[in-house]
Design a protein around this ligand. Structure first.
Ligand code: N01
Length: 605
């Protein structure tokens, strides 16, 4: 069923009353422990980190290797780095990844119903180059994972790749002008350049709910789905759940994708909700072969730019993607970024409220039980959380075997050996699924999981103790020949792919130029880094003012500013400007704004 609430009645919205309601709902969710409420999958929770898709008994001999480039992480960022390095003529590239294969997010996230939530024709990289077209507008995770493997094969990136291997330490050796990199399997690399692509949302987190480790049934995080227990695969057929009472904690983008198949296959499903997600129309459809036949060379880049323009508030001719993202962001709203002309903030706020009102009215049309419908309504600005899209999530609550357990913003109270407690009531469960997300923009070393020591042994944590310092969010002074892909001081866009592509093209160019010139080390000049940090800090207050009014989420450090993390903000100039800037740097020789020092001869082994 397509739910398209008409605009009728919009004018009767009392914006002041809504603002009061938003503030009230926000206050219910504020907690003094903010981001401290979550725990990493270490220590007694390390069993949640086990990779169900890789051989747990895998062993190999430690490797000692000199290489021109070491890429850490084989997701979209690492793959695109590999492709651009190859195309820039850099052959000696090694990969290390904790996972058992390339794929990153799409290796780990195999939960039922997993799909991309950006149109696949612009989100999945290198479609023209590989001759692959996703079978649907929003592709299944398995297709995207296969495309990652296809890219790795086509650009010969498997050669020398080490999987099921975690980097532990990176230490800059100034005499050798190399990074000495060690891993948990005893490997030692001496790499001239390191490109760290450890992912933006890659470290799963669990809530610090008391008793979490005492649950005696089956429990796992969505990014480590246990199909041995549930049966089936990402397409459903979860026959192992036919006689099971299943609980899901978390109703973000992942929760809304896995709830419908879980409801279809479980005896009974309890969805434990703290904050409702906004759920807009998805409108998925099969790829039209006639459309594919009509595509001309260069189509993917053109289409991708069209989306970036429209979602930056710039109407770039026809809206090629025409989905809920472009429909909304074609209108100026509070967060469309620097490309949007300045509009009245009151008008922007009202536009956000109108959008959310439509989202709430969809719920009334989809959900039969009034109390459930009310509990599913989100009361916050649209961009306070990652928007969700689904054509079957809301309707799932009409099933007799599904219960929404709304926690009124307080979250699950306790977990017992038998189940989950909310407001004093215990819900007995056989299986408990945590759709509770990933670490986001906290400390870089905590997220990446390794220790980095740059010039004079100074660690990245020490260097950034009073705030992050980067050039373009990619390099940091004192850490020569080290490139990172993260959101810290980086450009952001609704679609990550063009950002990852531009960043890795720039990085590959810097590396290729340095290798060609036998340059020992490159790092940002003090002046360039200062200027970049200055731009970030100057733009941060506007974004913070918006986020400060938001309901808690990972976007705003769960509603509490973290002094040390304030300079982690993204580039405020918007995606279009950021992409243009990187392109310009690359085209003008890539080494501008960098200090190059020393000479480095190739070491022969
Ligand atoms: O994680 P989340 P996610 N009791 O952090 C709830 C990307 N993604 O995995 O909202 C009860 O968004 C928490 O509640 P609240 C996408 O960028 C992409 O869903 O904090 N509940 C929330 O509902 C996305 O943003 C695709 O109040 C508790 C949930 O856990 C990102 O991944 C698909 C709780 C966590 O939601 C992460 O999404 C899927 C407690 N104590 C995801 N603690 C694509 O298609 C936490 N929660 C590309």
């Amino acid at each position: 069923m397509t739910l398209n609430p008409t605009s009728q009645g919009e004018t009767d919205i009392d914006f002041n009353e809504l603002a009061r309601k938003y503030a009230e709902e926000r206050a219910k969710r504020l907690r003094s422990d903010s981001i401290g409420q979550y725990q990493a999958l270490t220590g007694k929770l390390s069993m949640f980190a086990r990779d169900p898709n890789a051989d747990p008994d895998f062993t190999r001999k430690p490797v000692r290797r000199d290489s021109d480039v070491l890429v850490i992480g084989g997701g979209f960022g690492g793959l695109l780095a590999g492709v651009h390095l190859r195309e820039a003529g850099v052959e000696d590239v090694a990969f290390v990844d904790k996972a058992g294969d390339f794929g990153g997010t799409w290796y780990w996230n195999r939960y039922p119903g997993v799909r991309c939530d950006i149109e696949s024709y612009i989100y999945v990289p290198l479609l023209e180059e590989t001759g692959f077209i996703p079978t649907e507008k929003y592709a299944k995770g398995a297709e995207i994972f296969e495309q990652c493997q296809r890219i790795a094969r086509q650009w010969d990136l498997y050669k020398g790749a080490l999987f099921q291997t975690a980097v532990k330490d990176l230490i800059w050796n100034a005499d050798r002008q190399r990074w000495i990199v060690t891993t948990d399997r005893g490997d030692e690399f001496a790499a001239r350049f390191v490109v760290s692509c450890t992912g933006l949302l890659s470290s799963p987190k669990l809530p610090g709910i008391p008793g979490i480790e005492t649950f005696e049934g089956k429990s796992f995080h969505t990014s480590r789905w246990d199909y041995e227990y549930t049966g089936g695969d990402a397409d459903g057929n979860l026959t192992g759940l036919a006689d099971k009472k299943v609980g899901v904690i978390g109703t973000g983008s992942t929760g809304i994708q896995c709830v419908p198949p879980l409801a279809e296959w479980s005896k009974h499903l309890y969805v434990f909700q703290r904050t409702p997600c906004s759920v807009d129309q998805r409108g998925n459809r099969p790829t039209d072969p006639a459309w594919v036949a009509s595509l001309e060379p260069g189509w993917q880049e053109k289409r991708s730019w069209n989306f970036t323009y429209w979602t930056s508030g710039v109407r770039d001719g026809e809206d090629m993607i025409a989905d809920s993202w472009t429909n909304l962001l074609g209108e100026p709203t509070a967060l469309t970024g620097g490309a949007t002309e300045v509009v009245d903030p009151v008008a922007m706020q009202q536009a956000e409220m109108l959008k959310m009102e439509k989202v709430r009215r969809r719920i009334d049309l989809a959900v039969e039980d009034r109390a459930t419908a009310e509990a599913l309504k989100p009361y916050y600005n649209y961009f306070c959380k990652r928007p969700g899209f689904s054509d079957d999530y809301l309707q799932t609550y009409n099933r007799p075997n599904v219960t929404l357990v709304d926690t009124a913003g307080r979250g699950v109270e306790r977990i017992t050996p038998k189940g989950v407690v909310v407001a004093g009531k215990e819900y007995e469960l056989d299986c408990l699924v945590f759709a509770t997300g990933f670490d986001f923009m906290t400390e870089y070393t905590r997220e990446s999981g390794f220790h980095i020591a740059g010039r004079d042994g100074v660690s990245l944590d020490e260097h950034w103790a009073t705030g992050a310092r980067t050039l373009y969010g990619i390099m940091t002074r004192g850490f020569p020949n080290f490139f990172m892909m993260s959101l810290v001081q980086s450009g952001i866009a609704i679609n990550y792919m063009p950002i990852a592509d531009a960043q890795t093209a720039y990085i590959a160019e810097v590396i290729a130029k340095s290798l060609a010139g036998d340059i020992g080390s490159v790092e940002p000049s003090q002046a360039a880094e200062d200027a970049w940090v200055g731009e970030i800090l100057a733009g941060a207050p506007a974004r913070r003012a918006f986020l400060d009014s938001c309901t808690p989420s990972y976007f705003n450090y769960e509603g509490q500013r973290q002094k040390a993390l304030e300079s982690n903000e993204p580039y405020p100039g918007g995606a279009i400007k950021y992409l243009g800037l990187l392109d310009e740097q690359r085209a003008s020789g890539a080494l501008a704004n960098l200090e190059a020092a020393g000479r480095c001869e190739k070491v022969t082994e």
